[in-house]
Design a protein around this ligand. Structure first.
Ligand code: NAD
Length: 265
């Protein structure tokens, strides 16, 4: 088994990465940055997002494992003091492969179409003022949006930015996209539904710029600012992110531990 580590870059994560390399070498695991089968992220959820985007072109060939250095993360289920056990599990056991849906986006610009994948979400915001956009669902006008922005999240991203906007928490076995509004303005010209909307796997949403405006597109933790985005189309991606699970990590337990169990009690 070939593995690679992406760490957060802080002293603790770097030290844990070194420790993992030593333990892995003792047990015959090979380090391979170019063609890994397991990508280990050491840090937090943000580090997993970074790891995903580093290996996005090999996404069908790799599985992810998350180690957290602080609080339990949504994508990071191993604790810093469990590295020995993780290495032992990686050498002695076959993992269960758990696949989560991704969101796919096509961005139309004068230079052509660009494609991106997100694990958590895409957001579209206005840079100089409110975002003004027409929203079509399955090629039919749905609403005219004016407000701070729009967040389109995956099921596993539903507990991130989407949740802060009052969106629903969606189990990752439900292949869907959730559209949530950021501070929409409602009047006679601009009218939005006001609640978040869940689209099934075979639907798509287009967000079309309705004025000359600079837009900020975020893809998970990445920012792209452009004045020439004409429209974006989002749908559930055909590819998925795969997690190698060496022990159970049920989604609803993570939701409870992250949002309901204060100090783990
Ligand atoms: P960051 O350092 O600002 O961390 C954001 C927080 O979101 C961290 O606590 C992280 O653990 C948590 N998080 C990330 N993915 C999660 C998930 N799937 N479920 C529950 N919590 C999750 O930024 P970062 O580490 O670079 O992460 C980028 C993410 O931050 C974005 O994908 C977005 O979801 C989130 N974000 C949230 C808000 C908000 O809630 N108001 C605003 C901007 C970005």
């Amino acid at each position: 088994m070939n593995y690679v580590i992406i760490d957060r870059g802080d002293p603790l994560s770097k030290q844990l990465a070194e420790q993992f390399h030593l333990l892995a070498a003792e047990r015959g695991l090979s380090r391979n940055d170019d063609a890994p089968t397991i990508v280990i992220s050491i840090g937090g959820d943000g580090t997993l997002l970074k790891a995903f985007h580093t290996y996005v072109d090999q996404i069908t060939d790799v599985a992810f494992v998350g180690v957290h250095t602080g609080h339990l993360g949504f994508y990071a289920d191993w604790k810093a003091d469990e590295l020995e056990e993780l290495v032992r599990m990686m050498t002695d056991h076959e993992p269960r492969m758990v696949r989560y849906p991704l969101a796919e986006i096509q961005v139309e610009t004068p230079e052509g179409t660009k494609h991106y994948l997100a694990v958590n979400e895409f957001t579209l915001k206005g840079v100089d003022g409110t975002l003004v956009a027409q929203i079509n669902i399955n090629d039919e006008l749905f609403e005219m949006f004016r407000g701070d922005g729009i967040v389109i999240s995956t099921p596993s991203g539903s507990t991130a930015y989407n949740k802060s906007l009052g969106g629903a928490v969606v189990h990752p076995s439900i292949e869907s996209l959730q559209i949530a509004e950021i501070a929409s303005i409602n009047n006679r010209v601009y009218r939005t539904l006001g609640s978040s909307v869940l689209l099934p796997q075979h639907h798509h949403v287009d967000i079309m710029s309705s004025k000359d405006q600079r837009m900020l597109l975020t893809i998970d933790h990445l920012n792209i600012q452009r004045s020439d985005i004409r429209s974006i189309r989002c749908s559930v991606a055909t590819r998925k992110i795969c997690f190698a699970r060496y022990r159970p990590f049920p989604f609803w337990n993570r939701v409870r531990e992250a949002f309901l169990d204060y100090d783990g009690k």
